[in-house]
Design a protein. Structure first.
Length: 123
C-alpha cells in the first residue's frame, strides 16, 4: 500500500509542477481585481470570454470560452498577476484590463505560434 501512495504522491507532485513556471510565487490577491467576466476578441476577431469566480487567497475558478472551445480549471495566481489555463496565460495589466496569450500548434506541421487578446472586465 505504501508503494501505491508514494507513486501517487510523486505523480501528483510532478503534474502540479508542470502547470507552473519555475520560480512562481504566490500571495493573497484582492478578489475585486480578479472576479467577474473578462471579454475581448482574439487576433482572428473571434470572441474570448474569461470568467473568474471564487477567488480565495491566490486560488480561483476559471472558465475560458474561445474559438478553441471551453476550458475550466482552478487557477493559481502568481505574484506577477498571471495564471495559466490550458495553453493560455492570463495577465492582469491594469485595473479592469488584462491580456490573454495563447500558444497555438498547427496539427499538420507542429509549428507553434502565439496569439494575444486584450480583455476588459465587464461591470
Amino acid at each position: 500500500m505504501s508503494d501505491i501512495m508514494s507513486i501517487l504522491q510523486s505523480s501528483y507532485t510532478s503534474a502540479s509542477a508542470s502547470l507552473l513556471s519555475p520560480g512562481s510565487k504566490f500571495a493573497n490577491v484582492n478578489p475585486a481585481q480578479w472576479q467577474g467576466t473578462w471579454t475581448g476578441t482574439d487576433s482572428s476577431h473571434q470572441p474570448v470570454s474569461v470568467s473568474i469566480t471564487k477567488v480565495n487567497g491566490f486560488r480561483a475558478n476559471v472558465v475560458l470560452q474561445s474559438s478553441a472551445g471551453l476550458q475550466f480549471q482552478q487557477a493559481l495566481i502568481t505574484t506577477k498577476n498571471t495564471f495559466r489555463i490550458g495553453d493560455s496565460q492570463f495577465a492582469l495589466t491594469a485595473t479592469g484590463k488584462a491580456t490573454i496569450t495563447t500558444i497555438n500548434t498547427d496539427p499538420t506541421t507542429g509549428i507553434q505560434s502565439s496569439s494575444q487578446a486584450s480583455l476588459t472586465l465587464k461591470t
